[in-house]
Design a protein around this ligand. Structure first.
Ligand code: G16
Length: 546
């Protein structure tokens, strides 16, 4: 591939040359992330990688510039596969090698990637890309463009999009429009048409009120929620706060802040019993919350969304008379009560996988209808081709059971409300709203399905977080030696308790999760486990204190 030689020319001019000896790892959950000022050369290399990935897949692929829930000075880059899925695991090693290659070896590394994956270099690459609202994103988009321009590939710059919108565009292109139209209007039209079909005004809404207060995390989600509201007409009233007009991205607001701190965000005048929700910085996560009459803050996170969605879809599948395998996928962060509720009350199979949507998405595809949500609010529903065709068959049948047909018609609208490519805060919000509307439920009624076990998350700073090695879907550690025994010993002193630790893929810290029967005990357990991590895994800075 002759274009590869121009890579060295660019590097010799000192543009996008490697500026550090530090090693970077492509993380499963987040691609590459770091301080934005250090990232232009990395994004340039990811651009080169995306061209090869497109040639390898013989399809359009995507590149998203975002650091999602991370603070504003950070940024990052992810690669999107042809069906809107995350890049294949077998390419993660190549991505890491490409980023860590010395400038003088870069041409060779690119050539090795071509050889390793038997890439047909003559295939015309096609890369779609977009960015979030971070001030550093345009500069990184330019670095990406420089790489793409060198290969004369088809490039589509969508400007500012939410991460799930870019995933949607890539899938639309590769399915030649059968998934949808690859434009922003196409996205809004598909989702809103399906939503409006469900939100029939004449239906009995019970205690449901079609009004939400949205915390946009001062990011792209606020802009896109405002855009879709025009298509939703009067079916859902949205008051949007933290819309980026002032205030910093993800600072004391957004889904991650609300989930981890278990408090309402700043900037939202949370009203008694009002249904409030927070997006994260690139609008691929959503969590709900409300303040009850006693003034208590209640969080309805990804687990609560998963249980609401799985319970409803399961009923609809049964009502349609279909024999479809529906299952839920969670991670170790799932609250023990939610797993219990799914297994014992809904009687739906539930599995646990490692953190990162890639893992959940993969496992959910084993079901006809796979509901996956991380506790942090990241998730979606996958409907297999088999499920879709069976639902459509009942819906299109000219004779047959009227109730089954009605249920199948409704299910088809639910299929279209869902962005099946990856977690999508806007699509998930519409899904939750549609189900609450169907049920006629208030947020409190939804919350009353089961009680979460009190839980606490903490972050521990260590010198090198990769010293922590996990197994069993991250529920146990195998290194450093003795840490798991110490955690087991601490946990055994608390009732109904569980705790685990894992190195973050998006921040330079180790995460600690703990749950027990009271908040005080969950807090104390989290702290004791955090101290064990600090002591046994090379703590840095202040030791966690109770
Ligand atoms: C990303 C992934 C999520 C994952 C999170 C984990 O979130 O997309 O699936 O749960 O990372 O982060 P960590 O490894 O730091 O716990 P996002 O929203 O930041 O892209």
């Amino acid at each position: 591939m002759e274009e590869i030689s121009s890579v060295s020319v660019i590097l010799r001019r000192n543009i996008f040359s490697r500026r550090t000896e530090k090693t970077f790892n492509f993380t499963e959950s987040a691609g590459f992330r770091g301080k934005a000022v250090d990232l232009d050369w990395i994004v340039f290399r990811v651009g080169l990688l995306s061209v090869l990935y497109s040639k390898y897949k013989k399809a359009t692929v995507g590149v998203m510039i975002t650091a999602s829930h991370n603070p504003e000075p950070d940024n990052g880059v992810k690669v999107v596969g042809p069906m809107g899925e995350m890049m294949e695991g077998s390419w993660e090693l190549s991505a890491t090698e490409l980023i860590n290659s010395r400038d003088e070896d870069l041409e060779l590394t690119l050539q090795q990637t071509i050889n390793n994956f038997c890439i047909d270099a003559t295939w015309p690459a096609s890369v779609y890309f977009a960015r979030d609202t971070r001030p550093s994103s345009p500069m990184l988009a330019e670095a990406l463009c420089k790489a793409l321009e060198m290969f004369h590939c088809t490039v589509k710059d969508y400007g500012i999009l939410s991460t799930p919108q870019l995933h949607y565009m890539v899938r639309c292109d590769n399915t030649h429009g059968s998934y949808g139209v690859p434009t922003e209007a196409g996205y809004y039209e598909k989702l809103s048409k399906a939503f409006l079909a469900i939100m029939q005004p004449e239906s009995n809404k019970g205690q449901y009120i079609a009004s939400v207060m949205i915390d946009g995390a001062n990011g792209v989600g606020a802009l896109k929620a405002a855009d879709i509201s025009k298509y939703l007409k009067h079916s859902l009233s949205m008051s949007i706060f933290n819309d980026g007009s002032h205030g910093k991205l993800n600072y004391k607001c957004g889904a991650d802040h609300v989930k981890v701190s278990q408090t309402a965000p700043e900037g939202v005048p949370v009203e008694l019993a009002a249904r409030c929700l927070s997006f994260d910085g690139d609008a691929d996560r959503v969590v709900y919350y409300y303040i009850d009459e006693g003034g208590k803050f209640s969080l309805l996170d990804g687990d609560k969304i998963a249980t609401l969605v799985a319970g409803f879809l399961n009923e609809m599948v049964v009502a349609s008379g279909l024999n479809l395998k529906l299952g839920v996928v969670q991670t170790a962060y799932a609250n023990g009560s939610s797993t219990n509720y799914i297994s014992n009350v809904l009687k739906v199979p539930v599995s646990c996988v490692s953190t990162g949507v890639k893992h959940l998405h993969h496992r959910a595809a084993d079901y006809d209808v796979g509901v996956y949500f991380e506790a942090n609010g990241h998730g979606t529903v996958l409907f297999s081709d088999k499920a879709f065709n069976m639902i459509r068959k009942i819906s299109n049948a000219e004779s047959g059971d009227t109730c089954q047909k009605e249920a199948a018609d409704k299910l088809l609208s639910f299929v279209d409300v869902v962005n099946q490519t990856v977690g999508d805060a806007i699509s998930d919000m519409l899904l939750v709203e549609a189900i609450l509307h169907e049920r006629g439920w208030s947020i409190q009624q939804w919350n009353d399905l089961y009680n979460d076990l009190p839980n606490r998350q903490m972050k521990v700073k260590v010198r090198e977080r990769t010293v922590i090695v996990t197994t069993d879907a991250e529920r146990k550690t195998t290194a450093p030696a003795g840490l798991q025994d110490r955690i087991d010993e601490i946990v055994s002193k608390y009732p109904v308790a569980r705790a685990f630790v894992r190195p973050s893929g998006t921040e330079d810290i180790v995460r600690v999760y703990a749950e027990s029967d009271t908040q005080e005990k969950a807090d104390s357990l989290a702290c004791k486990v955090a101290q064990a991590v600090y002591d046994m895994a090379g703590g840095d800075g202040d030791r966690p204190a109770e």
